[in-house]
Design a protein around this ligand. Structure first.
Ligand SMILES: [Zn+2]
Length: 414
C-alpha cells in the first residue's frame, strides 16, 4: 500500500486555493464540464471536457512526482458524483486557481512519469472541446536523465498569464507541496464531546458523558504537553455548550495538526463493551456506526443550532477533493491508535469504524472521534471512572500521537 501523508500547510494551501477559486468564478471564464481518468495497458489517459478550446501548459514535477496542467481560468462544473476515482498512474487529483487568470490541475502520480502526448479534440458527438493528456510510467533514473522535468507541452495558442498582482491567495500547495512551514510544536486539538445543556449519554451510575469526556480531555492535554512536543488546544475547558461547527472552527483557527474528539458510548445491551475509534466515512458505513453518528450529530439540535445552512454545490465538490486527502490521514491515525490501544483496553469488534460525524468534517485537519468505552456496561463504566484506567488510556492515545507524527516526519524526510 502506498501510504501518503500530506502536511497540514499543504492542505491549508489547497483550501485557500478552493476558496480563491470560489471567489473568482466569473462569466468570462470557460467551463470545465467533465474529467475522466482511464487506465490502459501502456498509459494512463486524462481527459478534460471544456466549453471552449483552451490554451494549456503541461509539465511534470518531482518530489513527489506530479503532472501539472495550467489552463485559463475555469469554472468547475463537474458534478460531485462524476469526479473520477484515481487510477493508473494517478493517485490523487487537485484543482484550484493558481494565478488570477490561470487554473491549475495537479495529478499526483504514483511513480515517475513522462507525458507522452497532449492534444486537443474538437467538439464531436455530444462531446465538447477535449484536452487529452497521456502519461506513462518511467524509471526514476530515466526521469532525471531524459530532462523530463524541463519538458513543457503547450498549446499553439499561448496561455496568457496576467501580470497584475494577485488579488486572491495563491496556493503554495499547488506549487510546492513539500515545502511546509515548520511549526515549533504540533498543535493537537482535543475536543471533549457534548457539554452544557447537552449531557451526552448517561452511565449506569448516573455519570454524564460530557463530564467523563472533559476529565479524559484534561488528562490527555496534560499527557501530551508533558512530552514537550505538542501544543494542546481544548475546544472547551468547562461545562459549556458548543456546536459541532464551532468545534471544527476552533480547530481550524488554531491551525490544528490533529483533532481528537472524546466520547463514551451506550448500547441497549448492557453486555456490549470495548474501545473504538471513528474516522469520517466518504461513502456508506455500517448501520450501527451511522446510528451513532446520527446520535452524536444531534448535539447541534439539542443545543439549538441550525444545521440547515448548506454550502453551495461548487464549494462542496472542491472541498470534497481536499477532504479526501485529510480523511486518509485521519484513518492512518485511527489505525495507529487501535494498535496502541490493543495492549491497554478491551476493544470493540472492528474497533476502527467510519461514519458521517459532523465533528470530523474539517477538510484541513485529520480528525478522529474516540468512543472510550460503554457507559451502559457496569464493569466498563466503573473502569472509565477510575483514575488508573483514565491514565492508561490517555497514555496510549499520546503514544499513538507520537507514532503518527513520527511516520509523518519520516515520510516528509524522504
Ligand atoms: Zn458522545
Amino acid at each position: 500500500m502506498n501510504v501518503r501523508f500530506f502536511s497540514c500547510t499543504r492542505l491549508v494551501g489547497i483550501f485557500l486555493a478552493l476558496i480563491a477559486l470560489l471567489g473568482t468564478v466569473s462569466a468570462q471564464s470557460s467551463d470545465l464540464d467533465a474529467i475522466r481518468i482511464g487506465k490502459h495497458p501502456d498509459k494512463t489517459r486524462f481527459v478534460m471536457e471544456l466549453s471552449e478550446e483552451p490554451a494549456y501548459r503541461i509539465f511534470t514535477l518531482p518530489d513527489p512526482y506530479r503532472i501539472v496542467i495550467d489552463l485559463p481560468k475555469l469554472n468547475w462544473k463537474v458534478p460531485k458524483n462524476k469526479v473520477p476515482r484515481a487510477t493508473g498512474a494517478v493517485q490523487a487529483l487537485r484543482f484550484g486557481l493558481f494565478e488570477p487568470n490561470i487554473s491549475r490541475v495537479v495529478l499526483d502520480a504514483r511513480y515517475p512519469v513522462s507525458i507522452t502526448s497532449a492534444f486537443l479534440l474538437p467538439p464531436k458527438e455530444g462531446h465538447k472541446h477535449r484536452l487529452v493528456v497521456d502519461i506513462k510510467r518511467i524509471s526514476a533514473t530515466r526521469y532525471k536523465s531524459s530532462g523530463e522535468q524541463k519538458r513543457q507541452l503547450t498549446s499553439t495558442k499561448p496561455l496568457k498569464a496576467k501580470t497584475q498582482v494577485a488579488a486572491t491567495p495563491v496556493a503554495p500547495a499547488l506549487i510546492a507541496p513539500k515545502v511546509a512551514k515548520k511549526k515549533a510544536k504540533k498543535v493537537i486539538v482535543v475536543d471533549p464531546g457534548h457539554g452544557g445543556v447537552d449531557p451526552g449519554a448517561i452511565g449506569v451510575s448516573g455519570i454524564r458523558e460530557k463530564n467523563l469526556a472533559l476529565s479524559y480531555a484534561k488528562s490527555l492535554k496534560a499527557a501530551l504537553e508533558r512530552s514537550g512536543r505538542y501544543q494542546v488546544v481544548m475546544t472547551r475547558n468547562s461545562d459549556t455548550s458548543l456546536a459541532l461547527r464551532q468545534r471544527v472552527g476552533i480547530a481550524q483557527k488554531a491551525e490544528g495538526d490533529l483533532f481528537i474528539s472524546l466520547h463514551a458510548n451506550k448500547h441497549p445491551s448492557s453486555r456490549v463493551r470495548g474501545f473504538s475509534v471513528y474516522s469520517l466515512s466518504e461513502n456508506g458505513s455500517d448501520k450501527e456506526a451511522e446510528a451513532l453518528a446520527a446520535k452524536e450529530n444531534k448535539a447541534d439540535i439539542i443545543i439549538g443550532f441550525d444545521l440547515s445552512e448548506q454550502s453551495a454545490d461548487v464549494s462542496k465538490i472542491l472541498i470534497d477533493l481536499a477532504q479526501r486527502e485529510t480523511n486518509n490521514q485521519g484513518k492512518q491515525f485511527a489505525n495507529v491508535l487501535v494498535g496502541e490501544m490493543k495492549r491497554e483496553a478491551k476493544l470493540l469488534g472492528r474497533p476502527h469504524r467510519s461514519a458521517g460525524f459532523a465533528v470530523l468534517k474539517s477538510p484541513i485537519i485529520p480528525s478522529v472521534l474516540v468512543e472510550l468505552g460503554y457507559m451502559s456496561n457496569r464493569q466498563e463504566e466503573r473502569l472509565l471512572r477510575s483514575d488508573q484506567h483514565r491514565e492508561k488510556l490517555v497514555t496510549a492515545i499520546s503514544r499513538a500521537v507520537d507514532q503518527y507524527f513520527g511516520k509523518l516526519e519520516s515520510y516528509n524526510a524522504q
